[in-house]
Ligand binder design. Structure first.
Ligand SMILES: [Zn+2]
Length: 350
């Protein structure tokens, strides 16, 4: 990462970004497992790790592409065994998000990563939900749970996961309202999950999918046409198809962009080449998010600061990114209104 030629942010700009009220729409809870917590959970559960120290584990976070990250990510998730483990991980994320002035988060979780290892579906739901409800009750921090299918697995396995989760739907109706699609994109096109997504929509779930991160722009079009998603996660490669960009603008289709993730996984070589600013200025409904922050070097503020600096974003553009996040979220109109008022007041008074 060469940021040397990037103009440093002024103190005033930095504090403006740090205080900006934000929503986070693309966050994998398993990707928030910091090495320190990972070690603590391994110890608690008597799991042997192939790393001696927190430092040696952190040093392994040098990825060459999406797959090299996923290999380590799934190995890390192996320390999650009990309801308390899922709670501790989620509570740690919320503390960090609140420090970054995140008001609302929509959180992916991958039950298949856990049920494959014999962890009951109910354990996963219970731990995550307990932390989210506590944050809502104690701090007014709102959230949505997005159950995500792993696209390197089969559609039949996604159907089984859905069946396993449905009995929990009523118990978690205040949180779980959406379905996502993540993991290895290349070779796993949207059409592979067309039927299970149709079923999820029929059941009344909101649906989103990762597309156009490493996969081609055609995967973004297919996610819209075949999966009928309401948001595209990443979508940065949409730019390779000008007609698709026109369509995204017309639809006001949100893209949940994750700048530090794109840099760390070599989707872009240099933050100054990131297309977030171009897409924003063209009128695409782009948002800023942290994806797997423990692995990619930063939470929400770090992502905003990185793009503001590398792409010379103006205050108004930063506010527009935050506005896009509110508009693209799955909260009620009344909640959107409340967050918008707070954001506009902040923008006017800083
Ligand atoms: Zn993601």
């Amino acid at each position: 990462m060469n940021m040397s030629a990037t103009a440093p942010l002024s103190d005033a700009m930095r504090s403006f970004i740090e205080g900006l009220p934000k929503t986070e729409l693309h966050l994998h809870i398993e990707g928030t497992l910091e090495p320190e917590l990972l070690f603590a959970l391994a110890q608690r559960n008597n799991i042997e790790l192939p790393y001696d120290t927190v430092e040696s584990l952190r040093a392994a976070y040098a990825f060459t592409d999406l797959q090299s990250f996923l290999d380590l990510y799934y190995a890390g998730a192996n320390v999650l065994r009990t309801e308390q483990d899922f709670y501790d991980m989620t509570a740690a994320y919320i503390a960090q998000a609140r420090a970054d002035q995140v008001r609302h988060a929509e959180i992916f979780f991958d039950p298949q990563t856990h049920t494959e290892r014999g962890i009951p579906m109910a354990t996963v739901f219970a731990g995550i939900a307990r932390a989210l409800r506590q944050a809502r009750d104690e701090h007014g921090f709102s959230s949505v749970m997005i159950m995500s299918f792993l696209r390197h697995m089969s559609e039949a396995e996604a159907f089984i996961t859905l069946e396993q989760a449905l009995p929990l739907r009523e118990q978690y109706a205040d949180l779980w309202s959406a379905i996502g699609l993540d993991s290895s994109e290349r070779g796993n096109p949207p059409e592979k999950f067309q039927r299970v997504f149709a079923r999820c929509r029929e059941l009344g779930f909101r649906v989103v999918a990762h597309a156009g991160e490493e996969g081609p722009a055609a995967y973004v079009s297919d996610a819209l046409d075949l999966l009928q998603v309401e948001r595209i996660d990443h979508g940065v490669r949409s730019e390779e198809d000008p007609a698709l960009i026109e369509r995204l603008i017309k639809l006001r289709m949100p893209l949940t962009v994750c700048p530090l993730s794109n840099l760390k996984l070599c989707v872009v070589d240099d933050m100054r080449q990131h297309n977030l600013a171009r897409l924003l200025r063209a009128g695409v409904a782009v948002t800023v998010n942290s994806d797997d922050p423990a692995y990619f070097g930063g939470y929400m503020n770090a992502n905003y600061l990185a793009v503001a600096s590398a792409l010379a974003l103006s205050r108004e553009e930063l506010v527009q990114l935050a506005r896009n996040g509110i508009a693209a979220s799955f909260i009620s109109t009344a909640e959107k209104e409340r967050l918008s008022i707070e954001l506009e007041q902040y923008a006017r008074s800083h």
